[in-house]
Design a protein around this ligand. Structure first.
Ligand SMILES: [Zn+2]
Length: 231
């Protein structure tokens, strides 16, 4: 279906188009002439050399860079810092293991069926207002922090599930407590800044401050600080 009918491309669609475009460029520049020897030459994606598993490396190199650029633009972050803080392998692993990887990529690219997305793209709704509390322009941040009672009950039950999972995965009790405290605080008011932590050792404080630097919305989107993962 033409995009003139459907509105602007979503982020994943934009990536697909860009991936096609770059793959064609690579094919033209590297494979139109017969190779002079067995070696096909060096393939570069940005400044990285592709050394093995060409298909995987190409798609990772191209899509990862575009995803990072898009997220730092949208979340107003420093690109180098974002690249450095996030444990990317962990996000990739979560996507791979998820029962619905598309669901995760939709969350990360903010293409979930929020009021804004439904109105902008799918024309499936006349208003972008929250159906629970009628707040305008229902964005993902609002879905997670909607003050209406039934929305609060949902987030409470998700937090209980998260706590259960963290315990099951043998997460350090101090980290479990800090994560639940910080996320609860964020759900109550995502724009209030970060809560004060009274019970955290030096390493945990450092891990949390790294997450603070890219924000807890990024955490909820799966962009988790390496120091938190390794704590
Ligand atoms: Zn609401």
């Amino acid at each position: 279906m033409g995009d003139k009918c459907m509105g602007p491309l979503s982020f994943p669609e934009h990536l697909n188009v860009r991936m096609d475009h770059l793959a064609k460029r690579i094919a033209i520049s590297h494979f139109t002439q017969p190779p002079s020897s067995i070696c096909l030459g060096t393939i570069m994606v940005g400044t990285n050399t592709v050394v093995s598993s060409i298909q995987h490396s190409l798609s990772f190199g191209i899509l990862h860079k575009d995803m990072v650029t898009s997220l730092v633009d949208r979340w107003e972050l420093d690109e180098a810092q974002f690249q450095q803080v996030v444990h990317w392998r962990c996000l990739a692993k979560a996507c791979k293991q998820a029962s619905s990887p598309t669901h995760i990529s939709k969350w990360v690219s903010e293409d979930t069926a929020t009021g804004l997305v439904m109105v902008r793209r799918h024309k499936q709704r006349d208003s972008s207002a929250c159906p629970w509390c009628n707040a305008e322009n229902k964005h993902l941040v609002h879905i997670l922090s909607c003050p209406q009672q039934s929305a609060k009950e949902t987030t409470q039950s998700l937090l209980a599930e998260l706590e259960h999972w963290l315990i099951q995965e043998d997460t350090h009790p101090q980290l479990t407590a800090v994560l639940l405290h910080t996320i609860t605080h964020w759900f109550n008011d995502p724009y209030d800044g970060n809560p004060i932590l009274y019970q955290a050792d030096e390493h945990l404080l450092k891990a949390i401050s790294h997450q603070d630097s890219i924000g807890w919305y990024a955490f909820l989107m799966g962009c988790i600080s390496t120091d938190i993962i390794k704590y």
